[in-house]
Design a protein around this ligand. Structure first.
Ligand code: PGA
Length: 257
């Protein structure tokens, strides 16, 4: 059995409750086939419960966009894994480059959040990716190695089935500049190689590695048809039901090849 692809929509800081309900209602209507592809949406915190309720019996899953590693306490502005879980989340996105860039996230804090997610039995999409400067300096693969090893530090083999990695080159996020499918496949192969070095071949082969960065309906099939690309983390295009469901369909088409 191959790896089941994941198509995840990262809404970022977009959509009020009302707008979220409208979007997810429209996605739901397009009868998404989640038998072949796992579909996840990550609304802002304020809309999570509403989206979860609206999704009802569908198999579309809900994710948080971040969490804090403590369970509760005096941490103004933070949300815990347990809170996300109770609100309906099965997943959480950890270490998105915008968190690293604007909110001081490091591999150490990514690791702490990841372990908190696993402890609460939330699945996690851990994001990694190099900046343009790092790529141009020929350091992209070193950065990926460091981020993968740093974020997973202390995670046991048994936790891996609850984790997916998202390769999101920072230069491709929200810029309209997608990595070519060769660049994505190569980076994913490197990440899988690092996972193999850390945990062994079988574990590395089982892990899903998603690509993120300007994924759109017209480039999704090409990216998703590459052997190391096991799904997509979609930002901008996940805010339009038609584009998001077209990407899901592209994922299903790519599987059939
Ligand atoms: P984008 O964002 O699809 O808008 O480039 C992807 C992401 O940041 O997850």
């Amino acid at each position: 059995m191959g790896r089941k692809p994941i198509i995840a929509g990262n809404w970022k800081m977009n959509n009020t409750i009302e707008e979220s309900l409208e979007l997810v209602g429209a996605v739901k209507k397009q009868s998404v086939d989640t038998y072949k592809v796992e579909v996840i949406v990550a609304p802002p915190f304020t809309a999570i419960r509403h989206v979860f309720d609206e999704l009802g019996e569908t198999s579309i899953q809900v994710a948080g966009q971040n969490l804090f590693w403590e369970d509760s306490g005096a941490f103004t502005g933070e949300v815990s894994a347990r809170m996300l879980k109770q609100a309906g989340c099965k997943w959480v996105i950890i270490g998105h480059s915008e968190r690293r860039q604007y909110f001081g996230e490091t591999d150490v804090t990514v690791g702490k959040r990841l372990k908190a997610a696993l402890m609460a039995e939330l699945k996690a999409i851990m994001c990694v990716g190099e900046t343009l400067e790092e790529r141009e300096a020929g350091r992209a693969f070193d950065v990926l190695d460091t981020q993968v090893a740093g974020g997973l530090k202390g995670v046991e083999k048994s936790g891996l089935s609850k984790i997916a990695i998202a390769y999101e080159p920072v230069w491709a996020i929200g810029t309209g500049k997608t990595a070519t499918s060769d660049q994505a496949d190569e980076a994913h192969a490197r990440i899988r190689g690092k996972l193999e070095a850390l945990y062994g071949k079988e574990e590395a082969q089982a892990m899903r590695i998603l690509y993120g960065g300007s994924v759109k309906p017209d480039n999704a099939k090409e990216l998703l048809s590459r052997s190391n690309v096991d799904g997509a983390l979609v930002g901008g295009a996940s805010l339009k039901a038609g584009a998001f469901t077209a990407i899901i369909s592209a994922g299903i088409d790519a599987l059939a090849q």
